[in-house]
Design a protein around this ligand. Structure first.
Ligand code: ZN
Length: 203
């Protein structure tokens, strides 16, 4: 399956000149929500991800997603795996399990995101699950931005990766983009204005 083409066709892989939340500039931006606006694509991608997880013999009782970004991917992955789907969400900046969701001691939980960049939110979700006595058996995302090492790829993680090295991370593809500091950005030098994703309602 050509994941990159699926993202491109859905208009989820943007090209231009983007101002990232880190303050750096990039010629590309990934918008997974655009892929998931087609439920059939969401189902297809989640099935592929489920196959990877099952082929590694990872047993999962529950998929937990950090809201908002991970919810749709997590729900579709749970459907593909035939397991329970829950999510954690931020309230006043703190990630929490709400809405009557519960996890049992020893429950095998997989943390699912749409995109993993450094994995910060996924790690916060994992810590909540572990605090409640669950066992975090894996991380998963449709797309990996190339900072973390995904299962089956030998590329070592970058120092920015926050995911623990002893828990496998499954993703369908790596999307590595050039990143420039604003002081040394070739797109800025060409005089192309930088767009902050979201400033035109596209975030
Ligand atoms: Zn620039």
């Amino acid at each position: 399956m050509d994941i990159r083409k699926i993202y491109e066709d859905a208009g989820a892989l943007l090209s231009g000149h983007f101002l990232l939340s880190s303050g750096n500039h990039s010629p590309n931006y990934l918008q997974s929500a655009k892929v998931l606006e087609d439920p059939k694509k969401g189902e297809l991608l989640a099935k592929e991800l489920a196959k990877l997880i099952q082929s590694a013999n990872i047993k999962v009782d529950t998929v937990c997603a950090p809201a908002l970004g991970g919810v749709i991917a997590g729900y579709e992955l749970a459907r593909a795996l035939g397991v329970r789907s829950i999510f954690v969400e931020r309230k006043e900046g703190v990630m929490q399990l709400r809405r009557g969701f519960e996890v049992k001691k020893g429950e095998k939980v997989l943390i699912c995101e749409d995109i993993i960049t450094t994995g910060g939110s996924a790690l916060e979700a994992a810590k909540i699950m572990q605090k409640m006595g669950a066992e975090v058996v894996a991380f998963a995302a449709l797309a990996n931005r190339g900072f973390c090492k995904r299962f089956g790829n030998n590329k070592e993680p970058k120092k920015e990766c926050k995911l623990p090295a002893d828990i496998p991370f499954f993703a369908l593809a790596d999307f590595e983009f050039d990143i420039y500091p604003p002081s040394n950005c070739p797109l800025c030098k060409e005089g192309i204005p930088a767009i902050k994703p979201g400033s035109r309602g596209n975030n």
